[in-house]
Design a protein around this ligand. Structure first.
Ligand code: NAD
Length: 476
């Protein structure tokens, strides 16, 4: 969303990069090398639909190849353009470095409104786009691995992997050419929810740092915190659903394309999501009062604002009126560089996109590793682990009986302790660990220097330092 008088999305990302780089000791050449986008491939292709040929424009941008494969989602939206794809590719470079997934940064997009086409037409278009990228190694398990983003999901990823396999019949690692696939097509459990789950883990970690919470003027835990969420798609739905059903947060506002819902007593996210599926929007949903100008709800008083729809929604036109003391950027680039400055001056604490929404790429990394190892996580260990736990329980029960100690295990303990970790448990554990470790590296960069005044700068510094180290070790 381009806002008049503001830099473009890519310029905005570069401005944030520059602000961090100014605090670092990088040689000017290296600084530029890290910032610039390596390449962007534009494709225009035709598909015969409804009796005539329609031409589509798509992009695949590679921002940095300091590690390969490069990684980044494919977005289907009418707003897709080169600037946007390059901005998103740059964010992927920094994000992957921050959460230590061994990838460079990339992104793709197709300029299309998926709502204009039926499923069969979408399959034809997606396969044709994938064909153009695959034949140029812009989709390839060793070089460039896409994933879902706005407007795409498991369905599109399944078509892409099938297209790759048809074109590379002898590639034994073909399934690793794309992540976010359905589990029956080589996907991993927990990927669909991963970005929203990552938002939850990021907020939990934030609330484990009382000094950081105090910076935002808040206290306590997530329990009872009032949340407004914009965009109830993959990321927004899962984040809001988990935070309200597992952490006691209260969702007071939901903003969608056709307006918003407001209910200070709390909105049932599952009910809204079901309503949206049946009616195509939130209007008429009894979960809250409908507000036609939904974006206005971002300006309502709440504790945490979660923009989870698209970039540029908090900009020079509304930043001053945002009241939330904490904003967690679930979407990529929801706050423009200008708005970022206004909010920082106001003391708003921003948990930045490159950290906040990294749950998706983290679990994509696990999926890629699973595909390359050709075995489900936990398959070898699960029963062995259960057997060892059973041994301990048996021994405890024997001791109790032999010595007449009368020990009894608390209800449910035995069942929970005995259960070995399956794929989903391992994925959640790996994601939680990643989000905690990344928060801690941001936190130490933030608090160890006086000139690092906000979390975004700290996150960029950690990420840029890691990319720089990778380039240096290559002798650049
Ligand atoms: P999605 O297409 O599943 O959902 C987007 C939702 O936002 C939809 O419900 C749509 O109706 C709504 N929306 C769009 N424009 C809006 C507007 N102007 N106002 C209010 N609502 C609007 O997309 P997603 O995958 O959830 O991605 C959302 C954001 O998260 C994007 O910025 C994306 O880059 C980022 N992200 C996604 C992932 C992922 O794994 N899917 C990972 C990292 C970052």
């Amino acid at each position: 969303m381009a806002v008049k008088g503001e830099p473009s999305f890519r310029q905005s990302v570069d401005l944030m990069f520059n602000r961090a780089a100014a605090l670092m000791d990088l040689s000017p050449g290296l600084e530029e090398k890290i910032r610039v986008c390596n390449s962007t491939y534009t494709v225009r292709f035709g598909v015969r639909l409804r009796g005539k040929i329609q031409t589509f424009t798509g992009y695949r941008s590679v921002h940095s190849e300091h590690m390969e494969p490069v990684k980044g989602g494919i977005r289907f939206a009418p707003s897709v353009n080169q600037d946007e794809v390059e901005a998103l590719a740059a964010l992927m470079t920094y994000k992957c470095a921050l959460v230590e997934t061994p990838f460079g940064g990339s992104k793709g997009g197709l300029c299309i409104d998926p709502r204009d086409y039926d499923e069969h037409e979408m399959e034809l278009i997606t396969r044709r786009f994938a064909y153009e990228l695959i034949k140029r190694d812009l989709i390839n398990p060793a070089q460039n691995v896409p994933a879902p983003d706005m407007g795409t999901g498991e369905r599109e990823m399944a078509w892409i992997v099938d297209q790759y396999k048809r074109m590379n019949t002898t590639d034994i690692n073909g399934a690793a050419c794309v992540t976010g696939k359905p589990t029956n097509a080589g996907g991993i459990q927990g990927r669909t929810e991963a970005t929203g789950r990552g938002i939850q883990f990021a907020l939990r970690e934030f609330f484990r740092h009382p000094d950081d919470v105090k910076v935002a003027g808040l206290f306590g835990s997530l329990d009872g915190k009032r949340i407004v969420v914009q965009g109830l798609g993959n990321v927004g739905y899962h984040a809001a659903h988990f935070l309200s059903t597992e952490d006691g947060a209260v969702i007071t506002g939901v903003i969608e394309r056709d307006g918003g819902l407001w209910n200070p007593n709390g909105i049932n996210i599952q009910a809204v999501s079901d309503w949206m599926r049946a009616h195509g929007g939130v209007a008429g949903c009894p979960e809250g009062k409908h507000v036609a100008d939904g974006a206005k709800l971002m300006e309502e008083a709440c504790d945490i604002l979660i923009p989870a729809a698209m970039e540029g929604v908090i900009n020079l036109t509304n930043a001053k009126r945002i009241k939330a003391p904490v904003i967690i950027e679930a979407a990529n680039g929801p706050i423009t560089a200008g708005a970022d400055e206004i909010l920082r001056k106001k003391g708003t604490l921003i948990i930045p996109d490159l950290y906040a929404n990294a749950g998706g790429v983290t679990v994509s990394y696990f999926e890629w590793v699973k595909n390359l190892s050709h075995i489900r996580f936990g398959r070898m260990q699960r029963r062995q682990e259960e057997g060892r736990h059973q041994l301990l329980i048996d021994e405890l029960e024997r001791l109790s009986a032999d010595k007449g100690l009368g020990w009894t295990l608390s209800p449910g303990f035995k069942e929970r302790y005995l259960r070995g970790a399956g794929e989903l448990e391992l994925v959640r554990s790996g994601l939680d660990d990643t989000m905690r470790a990344a928060y801690q590296s941001i936190s130490s960069a933030w608090h160890s220097r006086n000139d690092v005044t906000d979390m975004r700068m700290a996150a960029y510094i950690v990420a840029i330092e890691r990319v720089a180290a990778s380039y240096r070790s290559k002798g650049l």
